[in-house]
Ligand binder design. Sequence first.
Ligand code: HEC
Length: 489
Amino acid sequence: MPATISTCSINCWSRWLLATALLVWPGMMYAQDKRSEKEQIIQPAPLDPKTPISYEKDVEPILVNKCNFCHSGNVKRGKLDLSSYEALMRGGDRGKAVIPGKSADSLLIQLSAKLVQPYMPPKKEEPLSPKELAILKLWIDQGAKPPTGARPLAKVALKAPSVTPVLGVAISPEKSIVVASRGNQLHVFDVKTGKYLRSFNDEQGTHLPGAAHVSLVESLAFSPDGKLLASGSYQEVKLWEAASGKLLATTTGFGERVVCLAFSPDGKWLAAGGGAPTQEGELKLLEVPSGKGVRDLKDNIHSDTVFGVAFSPDSKLVVSCGADKFVKTFEVESGKFQKAFEGHTHHVMGVGFTGDGKLIASGGADQAVKIWDYEKGEQVRTINAHGKPLSALVIVGKTSNLATCAGDQQVRLWNASNGGNIRNFTAGNDYLLSLSVSPDGTLVAAGGQEGVVRLYNGTNGALLHTLAPPGTDKPNTPEKQRRPRRNKD
Ligand code: HEC
């Protein structure tokens, strides 16, 4: 019967085509020898097509290790986000990167096998191994199935050694240790000797050696009793036992980076702020020590990333500041918005209540510190504090003194009541990003772009130690100190 014959012939033909497609790796059609060593096409390792491939167990670890530091969090090259299955399937600038069932047509495979430009990862980075390529290929050919089970966390990764700036620094209240965050690591130093002691890590949770979080750690805070350390990163906050480095709790559910943290003076709350740039600020109150998110402060919240947060001395109010140029206060008990203070002309980076609870000090990228009368809701004074954008502001214990640091390499101490400049600390050639002051004001630590933390005597301004990342040859001993420049105001 003609009909049967023709069906058969189509079937045979398509089977032949399929077999050829499986046999001939498209790479063989390119002239390998014309390419430099780094541009060689990667041949996938042999892999039984029946091997079950799981997204979370097999695919994701490859992406986290080799791709996500350019394709997740704030860095999404080619507008391609590889931090979650959903984002990966959405694709990037060039459209879909994965076509389920068709690995040879999937951009992800074409680029990572170096069949098509731009090769992924780019030249300098470690390419996929033949085995990794085979796993990604087979996962796609098996239908690019989604992960199974509950998966709240997007996997954002970065290359720890390439990102060294100190984004977070915290001196323990009893002044025994200083913790600095660099990349996704938390380094602990001895205050007396300036020596690196250990790292806090969560290798189980991150699958990354030495890492505390998967992504950048952008905020740190010690609880008032010194027993807990909180660290904030992309979409999560972790609580650690300060003495042992044991991970106590991980709180997820943040929409974006957590860039500021503060414990309430009564030790009951941890405030965590951040949020997506230009979209919405995020500010949450977590219960201590469970780390459970209890209050999401949404009432009239900042319209852009929250960069700074602090509590009033009686723990009843939260004050916050952010990229929307506002300083705002909220009631802890009700979570209700209370007051807004407007006057900064750029991002407001740090904020705090003075020890008597009467004044609020805020510092911003407009290089200014502003002092506000909380009760009256008015601006009291502006201090032209720095020659470059201010990056952090800390109130010194229960006093009305405050410390600031900025892009002009300076740490400065001020009196909020009269606007006076008490002391300046000069920090080498470093654009400063993070700051901590012991509650009694005798120790000041500042970290910045170079990746070192400088620890000062807060009372006389002497540089005590330069805390370098472990494994570097930078000495942990005082470097030659420059004479602090006088503030010209
Ligand atoms: C060092 C940074 C870096 C790493 C690591 C990296 N990429 Fe990329 N990726 C880029 C850049 C930059 C682009 C945009 C290139 C362009 O548009 O010309 C890009 C684009 C892409 C695109 C195209 C997106 C689009 O729609 O335009 C894909 C697919 C891709 N990368 C996959 C990967 C995979 C898979 C890995 C890991 C095996 C990886 N990348 C690792 C930097 C990186």
